[in-house]
Design a protein around this ligand. Structure first.
Ligand code: SAH
Length: 360
């Protein structure tokens, strides 16, 4: 049984062609699924009955199932989605006056083991399929439409997982996000956030033009080694070079994410160093107040410290904004997504050692 959510438009055309159907049939089906949110072939009224019957036999349209939903006082909501194998992932909807952002997951858990992130605590379980990635957007829009709420206008790969370590599936989902026959989101409205996987950045530059965010969090390698262990494999200099190469023609500045950890990376000197390090890359800085979680060993920098840090960056001419924390009351803020593992024997499994080439 082919889950049609797994197919971007070229793959859908191929799938229909193999069944002796014209390419425009594939386009019609893509529109039904992604623009109308339909999962019932009988509702696809512009397809002939025999084709609908054949589709019912050979294909399905199956998204993740809502296990629970939590609503924040600020309008943010967090869905816990259950996948067919019982694993659970989190997806966050963040409404604002001028946009509605969906923060989606790319893996069940995460292998990178960043010391300030709650997703790291559960270790890595598996990659999501393209269907499971686009399925978060597909399902969110269906649920929102049923309530008369604004459809998703922006997508950020800032949920669970490292998207550049699941790039095949992520790119297929991105194609659908950008496809005029599906979600038609412009490159400004789809942002991939990465801890800095250099080969992934290089491939992304060849195959995509979406917006890029880099989780930097430290201005020097010694400190970044501690916060983002992936840094032992891909040093700041190499990562920033790859980001610079990414920001070629027609692409915007890279967003630099910097989590504000009290007395760890938030001194005046860190701010000066950060400005110097960033001078070589067209970038803007997003300061993220640390969001606590059980067993966290860090504290959030004070509001005054964050302001001071921002002012120093400003003085160096670095465009800086402080990310407003949303959905904190439902653990939906950055770094608070945990999901749930079905297979608890694999809970502590990490592929980080292999990933770091033994350096960890
Ligand atoms: N693996 C990707 C995608 C995760 S994005 C990446 O590293 O970019 C999630 C963002 O939230 C990242 O910038 C991450 O560093 C940040 N983050 C993680 N834990 C956090 C926490 N406890 N408080 C604030 N931000 C956090």
């Amino acid at each position: 049984m082919q889950n049609l959510l797994d197919l971007d438009r070229p793959a859908m055309v191929e799938w229909f062609r193999a069944r002796g159907e014209k390419p425009f049939r594939a386009q019609q089906v893509v529109k039904w699924i992604h623009q109308q949110g339909v999962d019932d072939f009988d509702l696809m009224t512009n397809l002939a009955k025999p084709l609908r019957e054949a589709l019912k036999r050979e294909a399905c349209i199956r998204g993740p199932v809502v296990a629970s939903v939590q609503r924040s006082a600020d309008g943010t909501r967090k869905w816990l989605f259950e996948l067919t194998d019982g694993n659970r992932i989190e997806t966050v909807y963040i409404p604002e006056p001028d946009r509605a952002t969906l923060c989606i997951s790319s893996q069940v858990g995460c292998a990178l083991n960043c010391s300030f992130c709650s997703t790291a605590q559960q270790g890595f379980n598996r990659n999501l399929s393209a269907a499971e990635i686009i399925g978060q957007l597909w399902m969110a829009n269906r649920l929102l439409a049923a309530e008369g709420q604004a459809q998703v206008s922006n997508v950020v790969f800032m949920g669970m997982g490292e998207p550049l370590l699941n790039l095949d599936q992520v790119l297929r989902a991105v194609h659908l996000m950008q496809d005029d026959f599906a979600y038609a989101l412009s490159k400004r409205r789809v942002t991939l956030s990465t801890a800095g996987v250099v080969p992934g950045l290089q491939r992304l530059a060849r195959e995509s033009d979406i917006s890029l965010a880099l989780s930097l969090h430290a201005p020097n390698d010694a400190l970044r080694d501690e916060l983002v262990p992936l840094n032992r494999k891909y040093r700041i200099e190499a990562v920033l070079q790859a980001c610079k190469a990414y920001v070629g023609e027609g692409r915007r500045r890279v967003t630099i994410e910097y989590v504000m950890l009290a007395d760890v990376n938030d001194s005046d000197q860190h701010a000066h160093d950060l400005a110097r390090v960033l001078a070589q890359v067209p970038s803007k800085v997003n300061l993220i107040p640390f969001n606590p979680f059980p067993a966290a060993r860090y504290k959030r920098s004070s509001a005054r410290r964050i302001e001071r840090f921002r002012d120093i960056l400003y003085a160096h001419g670095v465009v800086t904004i402080t990310r407003r924390t949303r959905g904190e009351d439902i653990d939906a803020a950055c770094g608070q997504l945990a999901g749930d593992f079905e297979d608890r024997t694999r809970r502590r499994q990490r592929i980080s050692v292999e990933l770091m080439g033994g350096a960890a």
